[in-house]
Every structure is written in structure tokens, then in C-alpha cells.
Design a protein around this ligand. Structure first.
Ligand code: NAD
Ligand code: UFG
Length: 337
């Protein structure tokens, strides 16, 4: 079976390509490298001893997609390609709506033309409306997003649900990721954000490696066990394995189904920082600052539906995530550069 992976050179995409290859799938990647480096896929090939067929280009390029489908017998597509920085999406909304929505529209249009209608989409816990009770179930309210990035995920889910209602041959999984962190155990591939990291773990690893002075902990007056924000951190390799499980699911079903990919356990910012310091025996200087606008106090998943229908469960714990994130960063202080 051959899988088309859009955005496969990126953080989650590269880990998923590796797991797909290890599970015996053939992998074709299309990526315009706007937020990634070909080096990630070179390393995936080195680690697996297998080849990835790579097309450099934009998913919004209809002719390129037709060429890819003509040259490869594709059975299923995993669609990671998208812009993902929340703050940047507020400053550049048009760019986010254009990239994230049009990529999905062009991709599904060409898939419909060639009659290949199995799709897995990278959604996010950000689609859930603030105020839902925790843990978040897939049936919780969605919408009311606080930024354009979140809206692109919400709108893409809507487009794909409508498509499945209209065209009964389609099979779509909407995978709602919680907070992916960590890296492959080899330390050869990992998260390599451009510029100042927006997310907690890459900031922590860059402080630990000496690229940044100290971490700012955004608020310690939330209603949580230590006052800092609580999230459902999930090891990126567990997340990647969730995609392999979803491939099996879409190939055997039709319609559109949403799944949470999380562990079901929430940890605070200080839980993560303390665990990181302990397991890696390294210090991460931090100071408490104001809350970051738009942040929730607590967010974690109910992962039962994924366990039941996908047969998938996260296996790695917070210590594994912290160890593997540091293994990657310490071996690659400047990322893929
Ligand atoms: P990433 O930026 O590392 O990977 C995205 C990849 O898509 C990059 O390689 C980029 O070059 C490529 N890309 C972007 N637009 C493209 C286009 N128009 N055509 C071709 N390639 C394009 O990000 P990631 O963390 O691996 O995230 C992958 C997906 O998962 C994204 O859709 C993201 O929104 C979603 N997601 C990520 C998180 C997270 O915390 N990392 C959480 C929820 C959802
Ligand atoms: N945090 C800090 N300091 C930092 C960065 C983050 O204290 O430098 C805190 C945040 O306040 C939050 C926690 O660490 O309490 C996690 O923050 P992240 O930015 O790592 O993650 P978020 O939960 O805010 O957002 C992530 C993704 C979004 C996605 C969302 C929901 O980045 O794309 O999960 O899925 F929409």
C-alpha cells in the first residue's frame, strides 16, 4: 500500500513517514519546505533503510497533484501540510486561510477526480469551544475559535464532513491532536522551529542547550494544582503510530469520523519543566510572567474512542517525552542546520 503524505518533511510528518515505512507502507511526500528541511526525510531514509519518493511543491498546485497521482498508485492520503503558528495567523490571516483551506480544497478535488477518497486530516484540540467539561470527548462543542489558525482547522473539518455527506465513497479521519512533543528515540529527527519557539517544549530544550537564557512560564495563578497551565502532552512517536492505525481504519470504513489523539492525562508547565530537569539532569532557568492571552487553564483528552475504534493508545510517559526531546536537541543544537 502506498500513502501520500502532504507536509511529510515537517515535525509530525517526518515521524509518521518513519512509522509508515517501518510498518511496510510505501511513502510519497509532497512538501514545499516552507517550514521544514529535506534533511528530515534523508534521515528517515537512513533510519529505515527505505526510500521516500519526494516531490517539492505546494499542495495548492493542482497540476503537481495530478502528476503525483498519475505517477503513483496512491491508496490513502495523510494531509499534514499547513501553517500552524497561532500568533502569526492573527497577524497574517489571509495567508493562513489561503494556505490551509485551499490546500485541502485542491487536494480533495484532485482526489475526487482520480477516485482515491481515503483521507486523514491533521486537526487539533483547538477546534473545541472554550468552556467544555474536561476531559474533552469528540462529541464536545466545537467552534468559537480564538484565532485564524484555529478557524482553519474548524473550517477544514466542516468541509470534509460536508464532502462525506455528499459523496458516500469518501472515508475521512479527523485526528485532533493534543500537544505533541518529544522526538524519535534515535535523536536523528525532531522538532526544529524557525525563530523563537511558540511552544513550551522547544523553548525548554533551547534554554537547556544554551540558545535562550530562560523560560517564561506564562502565569501561575490558574485554577490548577500548581497554578500553571495544564495540557495533554503526547509523544510524537505515539502520535505517528496513531496515524498508522488511522490508515487501517479509513481503508475499511466510509464517512467522516473525528478522533482525539492524546494520552488522557494533563500535566502542568512546572510538571514538565521539573520532569525535564530530573530525567536529563540539566537545569532550565525560568521565571513566572503574565498569562499569555488566549491560553486555557486546562486542556486534556478523553482518548477512549481512539482506543475502541482505532485500537490505538499512547504508550509513552512524560519522562520519555522529556528524555527524547533532549536527546534530539543535544545531538542537534541548531536543529537540521
Ligand atoms: P510543520 O510545520 O513541522 O509541518 C508542516 C509541513 O507542511 C512543513 O513541512 C511545511 O513545509 C509543509 N507545508 C505547509 N504548507 C504547505 C503547502 N501549501 N504545500 C506543501 N507543503 C506545505 O508542523 P507539524 O507540527 O508537523 O504539524 C503538522 C500538521 O499538524 C499541521 O497541519 C498542524 O497544523 C497540525 N497540528 C500540529 C500541532 C502541533 O502542536 N505541532 C497540533 C495540532 C495540529
Ligand atoms: N507555555 C509557557 N511558556 C512558553 C510556552 C508555553 O509557559 O514559552 C505554557 C502555555 O501557557 C501553556 C503550555 O505551556 O500552558 C503549553 O503551551 P504550548 O504553546 O506549547 O501549547 P498550546 O496548548 O498553547 O497550543 C498547542 C498548539 C496549538 C494547538 C493547541 C491545541 O501549539 O497549535 O495546542 O491543540 F492549537
Amino acid at each position: 500500500m502506498r500513502i501520500l503524505v502532504t507536509g511529510g518533511a515537517g515535525y509530525i510528518g517526518s515521524h509518521t513517514c518513519l512509522e509508515l515505512l517501518e510498518s511496510g507502507y510505501e511513502v510519497v511526500v509532497v512538501d514545499n519546505l516552507c517550514n521544514s528541511n529535506m534533511e528530515s526525510l534523508r534521515r528517515v531514509q537512513d533510519l529505515t533503510g527505505k526510500t521516500v519518493r519526494f516531490y517539492e511543491g505546494d499542495v495548492r498546485d493542482e497540476e503537481l497533484l495530478r502528476k503525483i497521482f498519475a505517477e503513483n498508485q496512491i491508496d490513502c492520503c495523510i494531509h499534514f501540510a499547513g501553517l500552524k503558528a497561532v500568533g502569526e495567523s492573527v497577524a497574517q490571516p489571509w495567508r493562513y486561510y489561503d494556505n490551509n483551506l485551499n490546500a485541502t480544497i485542491v487536494l480533495t478535488k484532485v482526489m475526487q477526480e482520480v477516485g482515491m477518497q481515503n483521507l486523514i486530516f491533521s486537526s487539533s484540540a483547538t477546534v473545541y469551544t472554550e468552556g467544555n467539561p474536561m476531559p474533552l470527548r469528540e462529541t464536545a462543542r466545537t467552534g468559537g475559535c480564538t484565532n485564524p489558525y484555529g478557524w482553519t482547522k474548524y473550517m477544514t473539518e466542516q468541509i470534509l464532513m460536508d464532502l462525506c455527506r455528499a459523496e458516500k465513497a469518501w472515508s475521512v479521519c479527523l485526528l485532533r491532536y493534543f500537544n505533541p512533543i518529544g522526538a524519535h528515540k534515535s535523536g536523528m529527527i525532531g522538532e526544529d522551529p524557525q525563530g523563537i519557539p511558540n511552544n513550551l517544549m522547544p523553548y525548554v530544550t533551547q534554554v537547556a542547550v544554551g540558545r535562550r537564557e530562560q523560560l517564561s512560564v506564562f502565569g501561575n495563578d490558574y485554577d490548577t494544582h500548581d497554578g500553571t497551565g495544564v495540557r495533554d502532552y503526547i509523544h510524537v512517536v505515539d502520535l505517528a503510530k496513531g496515524h498508522v492505525a488511522a490508515v487501517k481504519y479509513v481503508m475499511n470504513h466510509t464517512g467522516c469520523e473525528a478522533f482525539n489523539l492524546g494520552t488522557g492525562t494533563g500535566y502542568s508547565v512546572l510538571d514538565l519543566v521539573n520532569t525535564f530537569q530530573q530525567v536529563n539532569n540539566i537545569s532550565v532557568p525560568y521565571r513566572i510572567t503574565d498569562r499569555r492571552p488566549g491560553d486555557l487553564a486546562v486542556c486534556y483528552a478523553a482518548p477512549d474512542k481512539s482506543a475502541e475504534l482505532l485500537g490505538w493508545k499512547a504508550e509513552k510517559n512524560l519522562a520519555d517525552m522529556c528524555r527524547d526531546a533532549w536527546n534530539w536537541q543535544s545531538k542537534n543544537p541548531k536543529g537540521y542546520q
